[in-house]
Design a protein around this ligand. Structure first.
Ligand code: ARG
Length: 392
C-alpha cells in the first residue's frame, strides 16, 4: 500500500532506529527507554529512579541486566501490542507469560515446549501464551529452536507429481532427516515434524512431540459430505518459535508464543496457496465447478467453501478460532483504544487485511498506517538451521 499520512502524530522517541542487536550485551539506551516506558505506563510501580540506577550499574558491570518479572510480562505483552503484522492485538494484555529464563539446556527446553502446547491448547479453549527461555548474555549464548512453529507438517518430495505434505517444509524436513529423523512408515500429508533444539554445549538435538500434546481438528463441511473424504486436518495452536523477543535492549531468541488461529490463515493460505497444499483445484473439482475458465470464479468459490469448512470444523471441535470479520472488528476496537491512550497504531496493510473478502471488512478501506517497528518487539531473525554453526 502507498504510505499515507498518519491520522495521529508519530511519536519518534519510541521507534527503533538502531540496527537489530546482534551482540549479547544489553543496549543501555534501549534499557533506559524501556524502564522509563514501563514506569510511565505502570504508575503503581512507583519512581523509576532507583530501578534505572540499578539497571545501569548491572549493565556496566556485567554487560547485561535482569528484567523483573513484572517488566518481562509487560514487555512481552507490549511487544505483541506493537507488532505491525498482527490483526489480533486487541488481546495483547491477556498474554500469559511463562518465565523460563533459568532454562537453557536442550532437554528442558524441549520438555517445556511440550508443556507450552498443553497449557496453550487447554483442551480447545486456546490461551495466548509465551514461554521465555534464557536470553542472550555475554558469557552464555542462548539456546535456539530451529522450527519456525512448534507444530508443523513435514513436506516430502516425490519422484513424480506434487510433493506430499506441506511444501513449505521440504527443506526443513530434509534437514531433520539428515540428522536422523525417520518419517512414519507410510508418510501422510500431516506428519508432525520433530522439534530441533540447539545449544552451544550439545549442538542441535531432535525431540519428537507427543501426539497427545498436539491438539488438531479433522475437517468437515456443514453441507458437503464428501469434504471429510479429503482427509484434511490442521493443528489447533499456532505457536511461533523462531522470532526474537527484544525488550529493553535484551534479546530473547527463544520465546515461543501463540494466540489462536484466524480461519483464513488455514482455509485461504495454508490450504489455498499454490505453493502450500494447493487445494483449490481439488475442492473445485469435487464441487463440480467449471475449471476450464478463470471467469467461472471456481477458485473463489472453492476458497469460500474451504474457509466455511475450517470455521465449521474448529467450532464443532470446540477449538477457539476467530473469523476474519470478528477479527477486523476487534482490530478496529484495538486501534480506537490505543488512540484514546495517546498511542499510534502501526500496521502493515497487506498483513492486516484478510486474504479473502478484503473489501468486506473495514480495514481494507484504511490506508493511514505506517509499517514501523516500535520496541519492545518480536523480530525476525535468521533461520537457526540455515546459519553456519557457532554464530549465535
Ligand atoms: N499463519 C500462521 C499459520 O498458518 C500462523 C501465524 C500466527 N497466527 C496467529 N493466529 N497467531 O500457521
Amino acid at each position: 500500500m502507498p504510505p499515507s499520512s498518519s491520522q495521529c502524530p508519530v511519536d519518534h522517541s519510541r521507534i527503533a532506529t538502531s540496527a537489530p542487536p546482534i551482540s549479547a550485551e544489553a543496549d543501555l539506551d534501549e534499557a533506559v527507554e524501556f524502564i522509563e516506558q514501563f514506569y510511565a505506563e505502570n504508575p503503581e510501580a512507583g519512581d523509576p529512579a532507583r530501578r534505572l540506577a540499578w539497571a545501569r550499574a548491572e549493565i556496566l558491570t556485567t554487560g547485561t541486566y535482569h528484567h523483573t518479572t513484572a517488566e518481562l510480562v509487560w514487555g512481552a505483552r507490549v511487544a505483541w501490542r506493537n507488532n505491525a503484522r498482527c490483526i489480533g492485538r486487541l488481546y495483547w494484555n491477556s498474554l500469559r507469560v511463562r518465565d523460563l529464563r533459568t532454562v537453557s539446556d536442550a532437554d528442558s527446553v524441549a520438555a517445556h515446549c511440550r508443556k507450552h502446547l498443553r497449557i496453550a491448547g487447554n483442551g480447545g479453549k486456546i490461551r495466548p501464551l509465551i514461554s521465555i527461555f534464557a536470553p542472550e548474555a555475554p558469557d552464555r549464548p542462548a539456546p535456539r529452536i530451529w522450527n519456525d512453529q512448534l507444530v508443523r507438517y513435514a513436506g516430502y518430495r516425490k519422484v513424480k507429481g506434487r510433493p506430499l505434505g506441506d511444501p513449505r517444509y521440504l527443506g526443513f524436513t530434509q534437514a531433520v532427516r539428515k540428522m536422523g529423523w525417520r518419517p512414519p512408515y507410510r508418510p501422510t500429508p500431516f506428519d508432525v515434524l520433530p522439534l530441533v533444539i540447539e545449544t552451544v554445549k550439545d549442538g542441535p538435538r531432535l525431540y519428537e512431540l507427543d501426539p497427545v500434546d498436539v491438539l488438531d481438528v479433522e475437517l468437515t463441511h456443514p453441507e458437503f459430505e464428501w469434504f471429510a473424504e479429503l482427509g484434511l486436518r490442521w493443528h489447533a495452536v499456532p505457536a511461533i518459535s523462531n522470532m526474537r523477543l527484544v525488550i529493553g535492549g535484551v534479546s530473547y531468541p527463544t520465546a515461543p508464543f501463540n494466540g489462536w488461529y484466524m480461519g483464513t490463515e488455514i482455509g485461504a493460505r495454508n490450504f489455498g496457496d499454490t505453493y502450500r497444499y494447493n487445494l483449490l483445484p481439488v475442492v473445485a473439482a469435487r464441487m463440480g465447478l467449471d475449471v476450464s475458465t478463470d471467469r467461472s470464479l471456481w477458485r473463489d468459490r472453492a476458497l469460500i467453501e474451504l474457509n466455511v469448512a475450517v470455521l465449521h470444523s474448529y467450532e464443532k471441535a470446540g477449538v477457539t478460532m476467530i473469523d476474519h470479520h470478528a477479527a477486523a472488528n476487534a482490530f478496529d476496537k484495538f486501534e480506537a483504544i490505543e488512540n484514546d491512550a495517546g498511542r499510534v497504531v502501526h500496521a502493515k496493510w497487506s498483513w492486516i487485511v484478510p486474504p479473502i473478502s478484503g473489501c468486506a471488512v473495514t480495514l481494507f478501506h484504511k490506508e493511514h498506517w505506517q509499517d514501523i517497528e516500535v520496541l519492545p518487539a518480536y523480530r525476525a531473525q535468521p533461520d537457526a538451521w540455515k546459519e553456519p554453526k557457532g554464530t549465535h
